[in-house]
Each structure stands twice: as structure tokens, then as C-alpha cells.
Design a protein. Structure first.
Length: 93
């Protein structure tokens, strides 16, 4: 059993984020403009380093705070699970 209640962490984070929603944004506008800039940056990185992505150009997806929170919790859960399992195995019953 994990010492972290991931579902509860998500609920608390979303509740706090909803208290301060931030400015509204036009996702389609941001995607178009940010994606164009990312393509420029990829070209500059390739020119300077000789390195390029084997997966092709980056694709940008604009997400809201709730999706960002869920993605971050999933990442932390994935990264921390092995450590937490090892820690739990060493803890006395």
C-alpha cells in the first residue's frame, strides 16, 4: 500500500487550482503560435548541435490546469512507485 493517496492528491490539487483559475486562453490560438515557435527552435537546435528528433517535429497540445495536474500526478506516481515499494518493504509491519 502506498503512503501517498494519489486520488486525494489529485482532488486537492484540482480544488486549489480552481480557486485561482487564471486568465482564459484560446487554446487553438496558443497551439498555432507556440507550435510555430517550437518548429523554429527545433531548427535552431539542429543547426547548433547537429541533433534532431528521430520522432519528427514536436507537436504542441494546450491543456487546462486539471489536465496538467493529472499528467503531473501520473508522472510522479510512475517515478515514485518503485521507491515507495522498496521503502514499504523495509518498513516494520
Amino acid at each position: 500500500m502506498s503512503p501517498i493517496d494519489w486520488r486525494r492528491a489529485e482532488q486537492v490539487a484540482i480544488r486549489l487550482a480552481n480557486r485561482h483559475p487564471g486568465p482564459a486562453a484560446d487554446g487553438a490560438f496558443l497551439e498555432r503560435n507556440v507550435e510555430a515557435r517550437v518548429l523554429q527552435l527545433e531548427d535552431q537546435i539542429e543547426a547548433a548541435t547537429g541533433l534532431c528528433s528521430v520522432s519528427g517535429p514536436a507537436h504542441i497540445t494546450v491543456i487546462d490546469r486539471q489536465a496538467w495536474i493529472r499528467a503531473n500526478i501520473a508522472t510522479f506516481r510512475h517515478l515514485l512507485t518503485p521507491l515507495l515499494e522498496e521503502w514499504s518493504a523495509k518498513m516494520p509491519p
